[in-house]
Design a protein around this ligand. Structure first.
Ligand code: NAP
Length: 470
């Protein structure tokens, strides 16, 4: 069976890959497991040096790597280049900080000495999506490798070239053979991989159904899992917001990557008193977006990644319009080759409509009017998701207080949600569990080992053993 990469800007097939056979998969798992034995023994200095080489390689070959992403999934070439740069940053960030994040921590107890160590777990399986074909992988891989784990990547089936390139980069930059392996298999094979005794843990970035499937398989195998799933982030605009800045950022947050970002603003909740003014500014700014060939450096928005995803989005728009949403901009597919969709803004959206209730994974911005601040927060939390959130106000004390009432893994006040290696990233509710990035991310795939060294102080031996019985 073959896996195909199709250029979403033209509809043409770019490349065909063969699906890995049982023995190729087994060989990859053996290699990853074998590499773990030696890699775990290396020092942070050695691992850091390897990741710095990877970072340098990524920067040097940014243009070439970026082109693969643009061809396979349609993001603009400038976005692809920025993505490769960000991967380099993450490698350097963990090369610089992993040793500090995972240093032994002394804990005062009745022991002569007791401390906590952070030890690698083994081979971590990464099941990743196509929307940031490099970043999603490096966001996981840099900390996992610095912690002493090795990795097997099962990437989304429409970005196989990027998946193979990432494996090649790690290999050519001197990581041991097998420390990072890619396997080309469909999503239906993931359960089997999770169950395999050579896999220690699994991380998934993807949709809700994939999350349910991976969590079930991980639960069945009693293996640790991290899930980064969908989002429907609120972008709340209060009456004292800087409406010009909010409108500019709304366009960036909703339409970058053709709207295909988990942390894109997906529900624009605006207080009644400023709703009309904000909507006008938002529409005016979005109408200026230049949509077209993503390889063209003047283009700001490319096609959606696949035709079926565009069909789904179009249905969400049509169903919302049928229920009373008003099209303020766009609202339909763009004729011609490729899976382009018009930048779309819908007004008069209510919580029953698909554009509010479901995740819209494309260039569609629903605007919802709130009576007052309490109503805005209620609307923001009226979602099965809880990934990110945005809040626009000039009153920062009020902003901080309201942030605590928003049920999400992050809140960005007067700015756009973006991941940053220095800050934890992840969600609550159906957006998943666990965290990536920062100190929290690198501690997901470690064995937090307690070490207790006797004799106990000030306690008879008998008492110590009783206390230690649980
Ligand atoms: P997807 O269909 O869930 O695919 C993601 C990965 O999971 C792919 O490698 C896919 O493989 C695999 N997969 C699909 N079904 C599976 C199953 N039943 N069991 C195991 N693996 C399975 O998601 P997508 O359409 O590529 O990405 C969009 C979704 O990801 C959105 O909901 C978005 O919000 C979410 N996302 C979340 C984050 C975050 O950090 N929270 C970041 C980006 C995207 P195949 O390609 O072979 O099917």
């Amino acid at each position: 069976m073959a896996i195909e990469s199709i250029n979403p800007a033209t509809g043409e097939m770019i490349e065909k890959f063969h699906t890995f056979s049982e023995s190729e998969i087994s060989n990859a798992l053996d290699q990853a497991r074998g590499a773990f034995r030696s890699w775990r023994q290396t020092s942070f200095g050695e691992r850091g040096a390897a990741l710095r080489r990877v970072a340098a390689y990524l920067r040097e070959h940014k243009t070439q790597l970026a082109r693969f992403a643009t061809l396979e999934m349609g993001k603009t070439i400038l976005e692809s280049e920025a993505e490769v740069e960000k991967c380099a940053w993450n490698c350097e960030f963990y090369a610089d900080n992993a040793e500090g994040f995972l240093a032994d921590e002394p804990v005062a107890t009745n022991a002569a000495q007791s401390y906590v160590s952070y030890l690698p777990l083994g081979v971590v399986l990464a099941v990743m999506p196509w929307n940031f074909p490099y970043w999603q992988v490096f966001r996981f891989a840099a900390p996992a490798l610095m912690a002493g784990n090795t990795a097997v990547l099962k990437h989304a089936s429409n970005v196989s070239r990027a998946a193979l390139e990432i494996e090649r980069v790690f290999r050519e930059c001197g990581l041991p053979e097998g420390a990072f392996r890619t396997v080309l298999v469909p999503g239906s094979q993931v359960d089997k991989l999770i169950a395999d005794h050579r896999i220690a843990a699994v991380t998934l970035t993807g949709s809700d159904p994939a999350g349910v499937s991976v969590a079930s398989a991980a639960g069945h195998a009693l293996k640790r899992s991290v899930l980064e799933l969908g989002g429907s982030d609120a972008f709340i605009i209060l009456e004292d917001a800087d409406l010009d800045a909010a409108a500019q950022m709304a366009v960036r947050s909703r339409f970058q990557n053709a709207g295909q970002s988990c942390i894109a603003a997906k529900r624009f909740i605006v207080l009644e008193s400023v709703a009309e003014e904000f909507t006008q500014k938002f529409v005016a700014a979005a109408a200026k977006l230049r949509v077209g060939d993503p390889l063209d450096r003047d283009i700001q928005m490319g096609p959606m990644a696949r035709g079926d995803l565009r069909d789904d989005l179009d249905q969400q728009v049509r169903r919302s319009v049928a229920e009373g949403a008003r099209v303020m901009l766009g609202g339909k597919m763009i004729d011609g080759p490729g899976s382009f969709y018009e930048p779309t803004i819908l007004a008069g959206v209510t919580p029953q409509m698909p554009a509010f209730r479901e995740e819209t994974f494309g260039p569609v911005a629903p605007v919802i009017t709130a009576r007052d601040v309490d109503h805005a927060i209620e609307l923001a939390n009226d979602s099965q998701f809880g990934l990110g959130g945005n809040l626009w106000t000039r009153d920062l004390d009020r902003g901080r207080a309201l942030a605590r009432r928003i049920e999400s893994g992050n809140v960005f006040i007067n700015g756009m949600t973006a991941s940053d290696p220095r800050l934890p990233f992840g969600g609550v509710k159906r957006s998943g569990y666990g965290r990536e990035l920062s100190i929290f991310g690198i501690r997901e795939f470690v064995n937090i080992q307690t070490v207790w060294i006797g004799p106990a102080e000030n306690a008879p031996a008998q008492q110590t053993s009783t206390v230690a019985a649980e």
